[in-house]
Design a protein around this ligand. Structure first.
Ligand code: NAP
Length: 297
């Protein structure tokens, strides 16, 4: 009760016994994913921890106490995403929470996967495929939660929100606007899927974790990065605080009934107008289904 921007992942999960719960998290070898795994394991959950390679996942899982299962999942390679999902399916347990946490931010160098700009491919399409594959197991939980880590940067998306005619960034590549587009896609996916889950015991939410010094900015550059380095300093969170909102949305009983929302500092917050555009959300969902058709269940 009464959590705020200073709350840590340990504080928002204090007193919770997650024994018997299974939580799938992507990007567990670094930053917010690693801290989320550490804390949720500490509360008793079995964390299925996904990283680009099995080696990275294994190393990260070995670094925390508690029950973990490491798995390889390279989000920009949809065959890898599908294989990870198939491994989870063979474990045949309900998934209490799926935290789509992994991400890349504003690489100065444009690159592609499956013909798509890399941030859209990784941050959105990879998770879109993973979520679709794991949905049945999330539905099997008493009250499954899908948690998609977005960013306040979703408000910086390209003109029109999602530029469906330029998903490969064949013109006008801007690292930050394409980061914003991928993070807006996260918000819209949560909104659309939440509406689809009416009648099921499943919630779907997106969130902004705050501004935290992690490895995320390693490929970013430019003036915005320099300005952020100076002006964001007073607003920065620690990694322990940065992991709080996703852990709160994933397991805290206060958030159990909330769905289709966007959280910041462990509270419901407002998205950009594009983040509330249901027509855009539907268009994105349909386009994503078409793009990933060969890899969907
Ligand atoms: N830190 C912030 O200020 C901030 C602000 C707003 C939103 N966010 C969001 O928070 C989430 C977590 O970021 P973080 O700050 O913890 O950054 P981080 O320390 O860089 O961690 C990102 C994780 O995602 C993984 N990842 C990246 N690309 C991947 C791919 N293609 N396949 C599989 N895994 C991949 C990384 O693996 P590798 O180490 O192998 O690359 C790493 O484990 C991201 O979605 C980010 O957009 C962060």
């Amino acid at each position: 009760m009464g959590f705020n921007r200073k709350s840590t992942a340990e504080q928002v999960t204090e007193g919770l016994d997650l024994t018997g719960q299974t939580i799938v998290i992507t990007g567990i070898n670094s930053g917010l994913g690693l801290e989320s795994m550490r804390v949720l394991c500490m509360r008793g959950a079995h964390v299925v921890g996904l990283a680009r390679t099995l080696g990275k996942a294994q190393q990260a899982c070995d670094s925390v106490a508690g029950k973990t299962t490491p798995l390889a999942c390279e989000l920009s390679e949809l065959a890898s995403v599908k294989a990870a999902a198939e491994s989870i399916r063979t474990m045949a347990m309900p998934i209490d929470a799926l935290i789509a946490n992994a991400g890349i931010m504003a690489p100065t160098q444009l690159s592609h996967a499956h013909g798509l700009e890399m941030q859209f491919a990784t941050n959105h399409i990879g998770h879109f495929v993973l979520i679709q594959h794991l949905l049945e197991q999330v539905k099997q939980a008493d009250a499954g939660r899908i948690v998609i880590v977005s960013s306040a940067a979703h408000a910086m998306a390209v003109k029109g929100g999602i530029d469906f005619d330029n998903l490969d960034a064949s013109y006008d590549y801007s690292p930050w606007r394409f980061y914003g587009q991928s993070k807006l896609a996260n918000v819209l996916t949560a909104r659309y899927l939440s509406a689809q889950m009416k009648g099921h015991q499943v919630t779907v939410n997106a969130l902004h974790p705050g501004i935290i010094k992690t490895n995320l900015a390693r490929d970013a550059g430019g003036l915005l990065m320099t300005l952020m380095g100076v002006f964001a300093k007073p607003f920065e969170k620690t990694v322990e605080q940065g992991a709080a909102t996703q852990c709160y949305v994933a397991v805290n009983p206060e958030a159990a009934k909330t769905s289709g929302e966007y959280f910041s500092d462990c509270a419901v917050a407002k998205t950009s107008p594009a983040g509330r555009d249901d027509r855009l959300a539907t268009m994105l969902w349909q386009k994503s289904e078409a793009l990933a058709a060969d890899y969907l269940p």
